[in-house]
Write a protein that binds this ligand. Structure first.
Ligand SMILES: Nc1ncnc2c1ncn2[C@@H]1O[C@H](COP(=O)(O)OP(=O)(O)OP(=O)(O)O)[C@@H](O)[C@H]1O
Ligand SMILES: [Mg+2]
Length: 235
């Protein structure tokens, strides 16, 4: 379903060699599959997700989704792709403090022609599924960090995307809460046959994945490892 072929992204640096943030990455993700990308800070994980989201253009290589070349999209098509076909849980929480939980979860749908009522109606079952039913009318500041992260997951899934990118979705949580959130993300995406690319530092996180790839200095350093992989250099 998702196919990355020879992806390269270098960032120029004022003096010296450019940073080779992504340096020739090829991989594919099947429908409904959860791929974890494991790698140290600065290894290019976020840059790779930005390329998949068409938020950055590659210097070389292609991102194909269901046979379409994401890099060939017009700005308008790319925006539509991000709005409707992709769920992106970013590395930092991005909640609107003036809006309640349901509107935060429905934010993407509120940007479509559906209308506010219908947008809210559609995210209700997701809030229920993510254990946030009682929280719908609360403000983000009233929620725990784990609950806030679940609102971000609800938003990512709100448009019924085929592909979800999750960038350290548990970075702000303690280990136990982080595990719970990841387990829920994995479960809900499996139920909906959504493909997931999950970026993480957490070796336990990798155990929820169907496959794990390790990224180092912009390159995949291991072919592919089986489920249950526990990296030797894990904290
Ligand atoms: N816009 C940019 N301009 C210049 N360099 C950048 C830019 N974005 C990322 N980089 C560099 O590219 C490399 C990869 O960064 P990236 O953010 O993809 O790493 P990461 O694996 O997501 O790290 P972390 O785990 O800390 O989030 C780093 O060396 C970073 O400094
Ligand atoms: Mg990152």
């Amino acid at each position: 379903m998702l196919e990355l072929c020879g992806l390269v992204k270098h960032f120029p640096v004022a003096s010296g060699e450019p940073v080779r943030a992504v340096d020739g990455v090829s991989l594919s993700v099947a429908r409904g599959e959860l791929l974890a990308l494991y790698g140290p800070s600065g290894s290019g994980k976020t840059t790779l997700l930005m390329l998949i989201a068409a938020l950055l253009a590659p210097d070389a290589g292609t991102v194909m989704l269901d046979g379409r070349d994401i890099g060939a999209f017009s700005a308008r098509d790319a925006a539509r792709y991000r709005l409707l076909e992709l769920g992106f849980v970013r590395q930092s929480l991005n909640l609107i403090s003036g809006a309640d939980v349901i509107d935060n979860a429905a934010l993407k749908l509120l940007g479509t022609e559906l209308g506010a009522r219908e947008a809210r109606r559609r995210v209700r079952p997701l809030l229920d599924r993510l254990g946030l039913a009682e929280r719908a009318s609360h403000r983000p500041e009233q929620l725990s960090m784990g609950e806030r992260q679940r609102v971000m997951i609800a938003r990512a899934l709100s448009t019924d995307p085929k592909l979800v990118l999750a960038d350290e979705p548990t970075g702000s949580l303690d280990t136990q809460r982080g595990d719970e959130v990841l387990e829920l993300l994995a479960e809900v995406c499996r139920e909906r046959d959504v493909s997931v690319v999950l970026v993480t530092h957490d070796p336990k996180a990798a155990s929820y994945a169907d496959r794990v790839h390790t990224l180092r200095d912009g390159r995949l350093v291991d072919g592919e490892l089986a489920r249950g992989f526990a990296p030797a250099d894990a904290k």
